[in-house]
Design a binder for this molecule. Sequence first.
Ligand code: NAD
Ligand code: TYD
Length: 338
Amino acid sequence: MAKLLVTGGAGFIGSNFILYWLAHHPQDSIVNFDKLTYAGNLENLKDVQNNANYKFVRGDITNPEELDAAFIDIDIVVHFAAESHVDRSIKDPSPFIVTNVVGTQVLLDAALKKGIKKFHHISTDEVFGSLELDDKSKFSERTNYNPRSPYAASKAGSDYLVRAYFSTYNLPITITNCSNNFGPYQFPEKLIPLAITNILEEKKVPVYGDGLYARDWLYVEDHVRAIEAVLEKGKVGETYVVGGQTDEISNLDVVKKIIRILGKDESAIEFVKDRPGHDRKYAVDWTKIKDELGWKPKYDFDSWLEKTVEWYKDNQNWWKNVKDGEYQKYYEKQYSNS
Ligand code: NAD
Ligand code: TYD
C-alpha cells in the first residue's frame, strides 16, 4: 500500500499512468498535482474522479507552499509535470526553464524535506540530440547528452538536477528517458493526434521539411508499463532508456499510414517550412531495462496506431474542446508563414 504524488497527472502520459495505476494497483492511492496549463485536462480522468484512492490538487511545481500542502504522507513521487512541446519551446523557451528546470528543483527540495521513499523522474530521449538517418547506433544509458532544442535542454537540466540530488543528498531517485509516445489523450499539437484530427476536420496535415525525419514511436501504455517496472524493480540512482521499434519509419510514412486508416488520399499532405534545429532521427536501445527489469514493448506500432485513430474518431468532443480559441491562435501563429 503506497501513496503516490503524481505531478502533471492531467496531461497525456500522466493521465494514462493514473488510469493504469489505479486499475492495476487498487491498494495504492494517488494525489494528482497539476497546474492545468493548456495541456492539462481533467476530462481524461473522469472515470476515476470519484475513486476514493484518487485526489486532484491544483498546484504549480514551482510553488513550495502549494507543494507543501499536497505532500501529506507521500511515499513515492512520479514526476511528469513539464512543458513538453518542442515547437512552443522554440517560440518561447522561458516557461520551459521555469517549469522543467526550476520546477523540478523546487519539487526535489520538497521531496527531500518530506523524506519520501522514491522519486521517479520522467524524461525524454531528446536529451541525447540527433542521429543521422543512416546511423546504425542508438541512444543508450551511456550516450552523452547533446540537447538541441530549448525543450530538450530544459529536460537535460532537470535530469542533471535529479542526479545531483541523489549524489549530494541521497534522495532515492530513478530516471527514465523515453522516446516519442502516442495514444489516447495526447494533445493535438503533436504530430500523430494533429494529423488524425486535421484529417477528421478535412484540413491539411503539415509535414515539416522533407518529412524524412524518424522517431522511435512507443504506445503510451508501454511507457507506463516501463515506469511501473522501474518503480517496482528499478535500482535507486539508475537511469533506464525506454523506446519502441519504429526508427525506420519516417514522419511522412506515419502520416500516410494515418491517411490510409481514415480512407483519405495523400492530397491531405502539405509540406511546410522545417522546424529550426530539427533533430533528424531518434532511436533507442532499451537492452538495459529489458535485461535488468524484464520490460519490453507489448504493443506494435501499426495495430495501435489504428486503435489510436479509432479513439480520436470516437472521442471527437474531447479533442474539439481542446482545439479551442487559444489553441487556434497558437496554430495560426505556428503555421502562418509556411
Ligand atoms: P503534456 O504536455 O501532455 O502534460 C504536461 C502536464 O503537466 C499537464 O497536465 C500540465 O498542466 C502539467 N504542468 C505543466 N506545468 C506545470 C507546473 N508548473 N506545475 C504543475 N503541473 C504542470 O506532457 P506529456 O506528453 O504527458 O509528457 C509528460 C512528461 O513525459 C514530460 O515530462 C515529458 O517531458 C515526458 N516525455 C514525453 C514524451 C512524449 O512523447 N509525450 C516522451 C518522453 C518523455
Ligand atoms: P512532435 O510530435 O512535435 O514530437 P517531437 O518534436 O518531440 O519529436 O513531432 C514529431 C515529429 O513530427 C518531428 O520530427 C516533427 C514532426 N512534425 C511535423 O512534421 N509536422 C507537425 O505539424 C508537427 C507538430 C511535427
